[in-house]
Design a protein around this ligand. Sequence first.
Ligand SMILES: [Zn+2]
Length: 122
Amino acid sequence: MAMDEGATAPPRPDPDDVIFVEPPNCVRCGSRFRVYPTVYDRWVSLSLAELPAKDVPPHFRWRLVNVASPYAPVVIDVFAVRVRGIEPLLGEPVIPTHQMLCAGERAKQQSAEKSPDSDSNG
Ligand SMILES: [Zn+2]
């Protein structure tokens, strides 16, 4: 019987588990990104790396805000907030959305501009 072989499937991430889960990979371009909650109950996919503000269009600039416990110096939550209002310094690090960097997203936008009839592959 196969029962003696034991369970060989990898353990599934439990939603109640608080262990670190590997960042997801983008289905379009395959690169990794992080998903953070925003202050308005939406989620945003951010790049793993920061870039200087001069390299990121204002619309795509984000920053992480640590929420600390009022009773102890521990970070209990992290929110992503859009960088807006005061313009950051050119060299100030910001976190671009993955959307800005995603090659697949860019290709989709370019192909959307073309007519679907132009595809004569067959
Ligand atoms: Zn992508």
